[in-house]
Write a protein that binds this ligand. Structure first.
Ligand code: MN
Length: 210
């Protein structure tokens, strides 16, 4: 992981940031509960592997500065957004930044649809099997709200987005091979509904069940 390719910004990306047609996105928060925990960091990365870490300032439940350039990107229908476990990140972004527009690709959902021979669908598992990269997850539970991020945190945060394009390429190929591209597309489109349910009190319910 090349440190020179990581850039840290406060509140937003610069207006002229060139990210291309597909972007990988991840978020870091103070915890996993939507109405309790807050967004601290948004990581984005284009195909050129340059990572932008955007520190988000939320005080007393209020977003202190709107990330207008980032918002524009999230609402751009020409830009494909790649996540790993999109369900969580989209809810976080919806909560703090606003709605985002598709198309969306989730590497976890895609993995579940094509790697039916395993139940290991973590980012670490996908990186290891599909692209031969060993990810360290040791900084996952660290204090993302602290004023200054450590070098280790920056690298960890960047690692969560830097391999998503490579995984996307592999998974697209596997979805085609297994003739599951359509069901994947429908699942990605359904994420909006899934997130709405999560944010409105139906997070533990299968609304389609009897
Ligand atoms: Mn992450």
């Amino acid at each position: 992981m090349n440190k020179e390719k990581i850039f840290v910004f406060q509140d937003d990306i610069p207006q002229d940031t060139e990210l291309g047609e597909t972007i990988a996105i991840d978020t870091e928060t103070t915890g996993l509960i939507h109405n309790r925990d807050r967004l601290c960091l948004i990581q984005i990365c284009g195909r050129n592997n340059i990572c932008y870490l955007i520190k988000i300032n939320i005080e007393n439940g209020i977003l202190m500065s709107k990330p207008r350039n980032l918002e524009r990107l999230l609402k751009d229908k020409k830009v494909l957004k790649i996540f790993h476990y999109a369900r969580f990140d989209i809810a976080v972004l919806n909560n703090w930044i606003g709605d985002l527009a598709g198309p969306i690709f989730c590497t976890k959902i895609a993995s579940k649809l094509v790697r039916t021979y395993t139940n290991k669908h973590g980012l670490k598992d996908l990186c290891k099997e599909l692209i031969g990269i060993e990810l360290s997850k040791e900084m996952q539970s660290s204090d993302w709200a602290q004023e200054t991020l450590s070098e280790q945190q920056k690298i960890y945060a960047a690692q969560d987005v830097i391999y998503l394009h490579k995984l996307y390429d592999k998974l697209i190929f596997m979805l085609e091979r297994e003739k599951r591209t359509k069901i994947a597309t429908k699942c990605f489109e359904a994420l909006e509904a899934r997130v709405l349910l999560d944010l409105n009190g139906w997070s533990n319910e299968d609304i389609f069940s009897h």
